[in-house]
Design a protein around this ligand. Structure first.
Ligand code: CP
Ligand code: NVA
Length: 302
């Protein structure tokens, strides 16, 4: 049985298959509807953090595929507090056919998978956001018609989103450059995993302007991730030169698109002008969560 916890558990071939499946399911949905391949199946969704896109895409995705989902928020199960993760996993997996979990510690999603008798999907942990990266690569593929040889510049925090993005880029031949302030770099271990996954160039820089030279894709994420709220003031200070604004966009390749996983803190990591500008694909990217998530569900649960 396979889980979807980290992209480094999946081969390039499997990830390419998933992106093709997502594109197919999107086309099928827009041509009249998906086949009910998950008819009668239930996805249990554990959320220890807030969510719009992840929650709605998995819930609606299950409906499109003929199944349904159950939402389990932090106050409902108290993962690891009211009940141990091992017990939650064993009970839940005796009643549902798949589990999607958004957690703080990455270890907790690994622990769920260890004890679950059904596939577990990582819907974001402090270290990874693999479902987001799938939607991102689908968007890049749709926009450019190919992925090999493209250059992506990520401006900001070397966080969960950046880590999964680096891994998906490695699998699809997209060169990955990240510009981060001191203390917020992409970890060495993630760079090593990405280098093992594909022969791409990975650069870690300080200067956003240097990072975007020749880039076909500019990407950013919040400076303050969920769970880091008390570091907010020092982070806003550290990242203040790491904003994607029109000047930075103008320094990238003229064909560049701008991406953001959302939610966006407009006026912080991205300006309104860029987020709503002609080069932004952020809402296509958000919509693609639905189609990318359906591919993961079909692959693991049908
Ligand atoms: N991008 C993303 O995961 O959004 P949510 O936090 O709203 O699910
Ligand atoms: N890095 C962000 C992503 C939100 C989808 C966070 O973890 O809060």
């Amino acid at each position: 049985m396979k889980h979807f916890l980290d992209l480094s558990d999946w081969s390039s071939q499997e990830l390419h298959h998933l992106i093709q499946l997502a594109a197919h399911l999107k086309f099928e949905w827009k041509s009249g509807g998906n086949k009910p391949v998950l008819g009668g199946k239930t996805l249990g969704m554990i959320f220890q953090k807030p969510s719009l896109r992840t929650r709605v895409s998995f819930d609606v995705g299950m409906q499109h595929l003929g199944g349904h989902s159950i939402m389990l928020g932090p106050s409902e199960i108290g993962l690891g507090k009211r009940e141990s993760i091992a017990d939650v996993a064993r009970v839940l997996s005796s009643m549902v056919q798949g589990i999607m979990a958004r957690v703080f510690e990455h270890q907790h999603v690994l622990e769920l998978a260890k004890w679950s008798s059904v596939p577990v999907i990582n819907g974001l942990s402090d270290d990874r956001h693999p479902c987001q990266a799938m939607a991102d690569m689908l968007t890049i593929y749709e926009h450019f018609g190919h992925t090999e040889g493209l250059q992506l510049a990520y401006i900001g925090d070397g966080n969960n989103v950046a880590a999964s993005l680096a891994l998906i880029c490695a699998n699809f031949g997209v060169d990955f450059t990240i510009a981060s302030p001191e203390g917020y770099e992409l970890p060495d271990a993630t760079v090593e995993l990405a280098q093992q996954a594909g022969a791409i160039t990975i650069r870690r820089l300080r200067d956003p302007l240097e990072a975007v030279q020749g880039a076909n894709i500019l990407y950013t994420d919040t400076w303050v991730s969920m769970g880091q709220e008390e570091e907010s003031a020092e982070r806003v200070q550290a990242f203040k030169k790491y904003q994607i604004d029109t000047e930075l966009v103008a320094s990238a390749s003229p064909d560049a698109v701008v991406m953001h996983d959302l939610p966006a803190y407009r006026g912080k990591e991205i300006t309104d002008e860029v987020a709503d500008g002609p080069q932004s694909v952020i809402f296509q990217q958000a919509e693609n969560r639905l189609h990318a998530q359906k591919a993961i569900l079909v692959h693991l649960m049908s």
